[in-house]
Ligand binder design. Structure first.
Ligand SMILES: [Fe+2]
Length: 283
């Protein structure tokens, strides 16, 4: 019987890639890279063979969607930030049976979800950036779930999370579940970016204070209270992808029954106006 052996909320900022290139960003995102590798090491120790990533850069406008291809191989340039992520090579195995099972179970539970096996359906960088660093510590098969949900309710994403868990438990896979997205996500206005040293600052002190409070709640295991404020937090603090990645994560972990104490493995940091971190949700 399969199981989710570890879960995490992860950053995926493009400056993590630039942190390993010559230039003004070099070295500055090492704590975020180290956090990804630590999460992958822990997953390896727990026997994980597959990573399921809820990706807030895959935008969807109807239904829910899973990229369940058997292999992901290519050269990625971001259409959002082509100056930051260019020609990034990737090559990962997929877990099509698990992706298909998640879609079937979610649909059976009333949330229409399609699983796709298409070489032309590329992974987005909410999946590719974590995989780039995590794969150095542990090779895993990849299933990517769209989590930039434009017309969806958090309760539907909760069901997708419940389907992830059920599908994993009915499989023979051991899974690292990653919610790939930031905390607050108010990117600097284009005209204000440079004057505010935008790469390394947050655009709103209110958002920073809310993010720190949320991290405190997570570390105290007060998830039930966090879930009561999730809709407003996602709205007022511009949560990335409206935080559907987070709703899926909690759905898989038992929603407000989940009471474990989270572990921050990368200290909170601002990036391009947003709030970022890597946090382990023990299972
Ligand atoms: Fe992002």
């Amino acid at each position: 019987m399969g199981e989710i052996v570890l879960a995490a909320k992860c950053t995926h900022v493009p400056t993590m890639l630039m942190s390993e290139q010559e230039g003004p960003i070099k070295g500055t995102r090492q704590p975020a890279i180290d956090g990804h590798m630590e999460i992958a090491r822990r997953a390896k120790a727990l026997g994980a063979d597959t990573i399921v990533i809820c990706d807030t850069h895959w935008v969807i406008n109807a239904g829910f969607h899973i990229n369940a291809n058997s292999r992901f191989k290519g050269l990625f340039t971001s259409n959002e930030f082509p100056q930051f992520i260019q020609n990034m090579e990737y090559d990962y195995q997929g877990n099509p049976d698990l992706g298909d099972a998640i879609a079937k179970i979610a649909s059976d539970m009333g949330v229409y979800t399609l699983s796709h096996h298409l070489d032309s359906l590329e992974l987005e960088y909410g999946s590719l950036v974590p995989m780039r660093f995590m794969s150095r510590a542990h090779e895993m098969k990849v299933v990517s779930i769209a989590a930039w949900c434009t017309v969806h309710d958090h309760q539907e994403s909760r069901v997708v999370g419940e389907a992830i868990r059920k599908a994993v438990e009915e499989s023979d896979s051991k899974v690292l579940l990653v919610a790939s997205g930031s905390l607050s996500h108010k990117i600097w206005a284009n005209k204000d970016y440079a004057a505010n040293n935008g790469t390394f600052t947050i655009s709103s002190e209110f958002n920073r204070q809310m993010d720190l409070h949320v991290l405190d709640m997570w570390q105290r295991g007060d998830h039930a209270t966090f879930l009561k404020m999730l809709p407003e937090y996602a709205e007022y603090c511009c949560g990335e992808g409206s935080m559907h990645d987070t709703a899926m994560l909690y759905g898989a972990l038992g929603w407000d029954k989940y009471d474990k104490h989270c572990e921050v493995v990368t200290e909170y940091f601002p990036s391009s106006g947003t709030g970022q971190t890597n946090v382990i949700f023990p299972v």
